[in-house]
Design a binder for this molecule. Structure first.
Ligand code: BGC
Length: 512
């Protein structure tokens, strides 16, 4: 995940430093049905890329054909081999004491050729085994239907998400999954982070299908100023189709819920000027309101309509009807970091992340003067700023009242540098500081009235981190990428204690 297209350097001072022996001050308990979990995704975890009838997906082909686009030239052929090691991984979850696990379905494992090919029953068997083993161990499956990957055949045949055909394919995937797994799965996410998939797939071209135009990126095909909006339109309608199928055909009997997961970034105006404040609202509109406004209100944000004009597709009246009749049961919120925002619509900005039409003419900055938005980390798009998380949840509660939320991702990555030792990686106090600060902010937001029903750390294990390959580690468990051995980091035992204190005593005063 890289929220912006260009990245300024960070400085050493930052806005809201948290102390290393952070104490969670707010002792109010999470509700008894609150889900604590860890998150993952198929391509980043499973490996077994051609095993038991799986077809090639877009990430298989992209990484094989473009190793130069991945920091270490690697791919997810083996990843962390969860396909063969899920029983061991469930033991790691047991160690943590989590009551839920977020994973995604590999589309090309269950439907290698989409709706005109057959169901791959070995793929179905794998997910049945995984789901059953989770449930046997008291862990609720929290399932994403599509987390960036889909059968490559869709790209070759009809340019995947650029075509409305993808709505039908997605509906078929959803129906297939509800049919085979819905008797045991109570939480479904349709699409993971449309806004990120679009940004990297169709604006900068860093992810498949690598479509973009200058000056946004170097691609052989694509149009960064029009295609992102067509793709979003198809994703929004595909999401609605899946909700429609679930609500009309399965929900009554299966009694589960369905939502979508978006990437959220908190934005703060860099000054008190009206222009910067308006720009901040615009930045949000071009970020996740872009996706959530249509699925909650049936229309795109006003700021987008004004700036994009005819580049923004319109929903037909029957599409609006579908969106309004089949709203999500919850919102999945992935939050990592925040930015300062400077206006570029009224004030001329020469360059920088977002200062273009496709992101609403706003400049995204990680510093105000020499003060960073939060504690800097190994990666320049990620700052530890829990207060931004609290503000974000308040913003969401006000903009989308009455829609419950799950925090479907939150976590910190450590860059594998030449000098980094395994000992350094296991001694991950920075991650503990990050997660505890964000859990604290979460509880404050819940006290403010945000209706949040669960929290998932990204991620259970170190894994294949997209463009970073295996060089960026988000796991509570360290993975030796040669032997695939898993070892708990200090943050794993921290999270375990945190959950234990909550589940056993309801007392959330955190002690180390
Ligand atoms: C994605 C994950 C990714 C994480 C960390 C999120 O945008 O959903 O797949 O690993 O960020 O970058």
């Amino acid at each position: 995940m890289l929220p912006s297209l260009l990245f300024p350097l960070y400085s050493s001072s930052y806005l809201h430093q948290t102390s290393s022996d952070h104490i969670l001050k707010d002792a109010s308990p999470f509700p008894s049905d609150f889900l604590f979990g860890t998150a993952s995704s198929a391509y980043q975890y499973e490996g077994a890329y051609l095993t038991d009838g799986k077809g090639l997906d877009n990430w298989d082909v992209f990484t094989h054909e473009n190793p130069g686009k991945i920091a270490d030239g690697n791919n997810g052929d083996v990843a962390v081999d969860q396909y063969h090691r899920f029983l061991e991984d469930i033991q790691s979850m047991k160690y943590l004491g989590v009551n839920s696990y977020r994973f995604s379905i590999s589309w090309s494992r269950v439907l290698p050729k989409g709706r005109f090919g057959g169901v791959n029953h070995m793929g179905i068997k794998y997910y049945n085994n995984l789901i059953d083993a989770l449930i046997t161990n008291g862990i609720k499956p929290f399932v994403t239907l599509s987390h960036f990957d889909f059968p490559q055949i869709f790209e070759n045949q009809f340019k995947s998400w650029l075509s409305p055909e993808m709505q039908n394919e997605f509906g078929y995937l959803a129906d297939t999954c509800f049919k085979y797994f819905g008797d045991r799965v109570q939480h479904w996410i349709t699409i993971n982070e449309p806004n990120i998939q679009i940004g990297f797939g169709y604006i900068s071209g860093m992810y498949p299908p690598s479509r973009c135009s200058m000056p946004y990126g170097h691609c052989t095909q694509g149009n960064s100023e029009t295609e992102p909006f067509i793709v979003a339109h198809n994703m929004i309608l595909a999401h609605a189709k899946a909700v429609q199928i679930y609500h009309t055909k399965y929900q009554k009997e299966q009694k589960g819920t369905i939502g979508i997961a978006v990437q959220t970034t908190w934005f703060e105006p860099i000054s008190d000027s009206i222009a910067d404040k308006k720009a901040t609202e615009r930045a949000q509109s071009f970020n996740f309101n872009w996706i959530l406004d249509p699925i909650v209100y049936g229309k795109y944000p006003e700021e987008m309509v004004n700036i994009l004009g005819s580049a923004l597709p319109q929903f037909s009246s029957s599409e609006v009807k579908t969106l309004m009749n089949y709203k999500p049961d919850f919102l999945g919120i992935n939050y990592y970091s925040s930015y300062f925002i400077q206006d570029c619509l009224i004030t001329a900005c020469t360059s920088g992340a977002g200062a273009s039409k496709v992101e609403g003419y706003v400049l995204k900055l990680i510093q105000k003067g020499n003060v960073s938005i939060g504690e800097p980390t190994d990666i320049n798009w990620l700052h530890n700023y829990p207060e931004g998380f609290r503000k974000m949840l308040n913003y969401l509660k006000d903009r989308y009242p009455n829609v419950p939320m799950f925090i479907t991702e939150n976590g910190l990555g450590d860059l594998q540098k030449p000098e980094t030792t395994v000992k350094d990686l296991l001694h991950d106090t920075k991650r503990i500081r990050y997660v505890s600060g964000h859990l604290d902010a979460l509880r404050s937001a819940m006290r403010d009235g945000a209706n949040v029903k669960g929290y998932f750390v990204w991620s259970l294990l170190d894994n294949f981190e997209w463009s970073y390959g295996y060089t960026l580690r988000f796991g509570l468990f360290h993975v030796d990428f040669t032997t695939l051995k898993r070892t708990p980091k200090q943050s794993a035992s921290w999270y375990k204690n945190f959950i234990e204190q909550h589940l056993n005593t309801g007392d959330l005063t955190f002690k180390r």
